[in-house]
Design a protein around this ligand. Sequence first.
Ligand SMILES: Cc1cc2nc3c(=O)[nH]c(=O)nc-3n(C[C@H](O)[C@H](O)[C@H](O)COP(=O)(O)OP(=O)(O)OC[C@H]3O[C@@H](n4cnc5c(N)ncnc54)[C@H](O)[C@@H]3O)c2cc1C
Length: 480
Amino acid sequence: MTTATRYDVVVIGAGIVGSAIARELAGHQLSVALLEARDDVGDGTSKANTAILHTGFDAKPGTLESALVSRGYHLLSEYATHTGIPIEHTGAILVAWDQEQLDALPSLIDKAEANGYHRCQLIDAEAVYTQLPQLGPGALGGMTVPDESIICTWTVNLALATDAVNRGVTLLTSHRIDRVDAGGDATTLHTSRGPVTARWVVNAAGLGADLIDAMFGYCRFTVTPRRGELIVYDKLARALIDKIVLPVPTSRGKGVLVSPTIYGNVMLGPTSEDLQDRTDTATSEAGFEFLLDKGRKLMPKLLEEEVTATYSGLRAAIDHNDYLIETDAAQRYLLVGGIRSTGLTSGMAVAEYVRDQLAAAGLALVPRTDLPAPPRMPNIGEAFPRPYQRSDMIADDPAYGRIVCFCERVTEGEVRDACRSVVPPAALDGLRRRTRVMNGRCQAFFCGAEVQALLEREVGAPQPVSAAPAAAVTSQEAHR
Ligand SMILES: Cc1cc2nc3c(=O)[nH]c(=O)nc-3n(C[C@H](O)[C@H](O)[C@H](O)COP(=O)(O)OP(=O)(O)OC[C@H]3O[C@@H](n4cnc5c(N)ncnc54)[C@H](O)[C@@H]3O)c2cc1C
């Protein structure tokens, strides 16, 4: 059991948003803990999205979401270059398939301008097909969004959490919060691993944010899990497309897109379906058929390629039309709710906003002058050389020349490094997200046993979550 430890701030939820907030606050003279119910960071919505770094061209102007997506785009683009997060500025083309959609394009340009994004341009059908020769027949015109980009969502989450831990944040995984005692000069969070006490609490629990909010006495919103299913096509499909193909957005969301992925595949999706079960990330036959139907029109040749995998993620949709970020100064509590379908992009800007809200509510923020440099993350994207391609790395350490996963060309050296990293994986799934191992077309058929053995050699046999020791990674442990 964790002994009750008192922190200046506890952030609940180690997804992209919570990790970004913990990192931001740890830039000040504060003791900060990051609490996560699961046994790893980035294991919730942040691990299963479409991985597009949005410019925010299509956000609702004047909303908090619009401001934070636009700011987040710039913050994350810059952070990615400092940390080596895989990113490719591919650009996007929004395609109109009927007259109504074509007529809507000028208003989307106006919307982009109102959102502070000034680089969209209308193009005719001929220009659409020049840039997207494999697009299905019937496109009437389009709009370019030159700065939409693809990024590795796994590395984003991991970089932010690693940076936070390097800055001194105590990461407490396998700590599910079940009850809250607020009041007095500190709040006690009763977790599955014992109590944790904090002067201030930030709720960034994603799909669970309304449940935590209720523990603070509120009844102001409800999260509805909105499932998005996606299909990942084989790497041979990558030659078909080098830009993101977007539909004209509707009130229900951004719609089904086709996009290259940072790992050299092509993805089709996502669907949009409201569920009751906040844990239902299964894929469905109906979702698959729906996507195939869309894909047949968008890019018929894509359907001739092989499917490598399907997956789904749950958006934390709420009954408000904007992000819901509110401070309760009396309880020293801040809610971050409704970060629905743009939180990968906006996370770092949400963190800045939260910092300013906390300061306005009375949290003393004294910037630190002794911050460590941001971490340099392993490259798992295809745009830059990977270890198996680098003779300098292999000469220094032959483990980078020993391939373990042949589909994704992951080496033993990378698996070892991930296991010994500041925020190591708790199980095979976490290792996949850190290295790409077992993610290829054989889906671990060939390499699964060897990877499991490597993981066991490095971190011991993964335990069931309920029996696992409480994981607390601090900056001291980080440099073992
Ligand atoms: C299909 C789909 C496509 C998307 N595409 C994009 C995109 O292209 N670009 C983009 O910018 N965004 C996209 N998003 C949105 C983006 O993924 C999310 O907004 C973002 O990941 C939310 O991060 P988060 O940290 O708020 O939530 P999460 O990653 O879910 O983190 C919340 C954490 O809180 C923890 N938690 C919950 N309850 C408790 C508790 N009681 N105690 C302790 N911990 C708790 C959870 O375990 C979880 O790890 C997409 C989302 C989906 C589903």
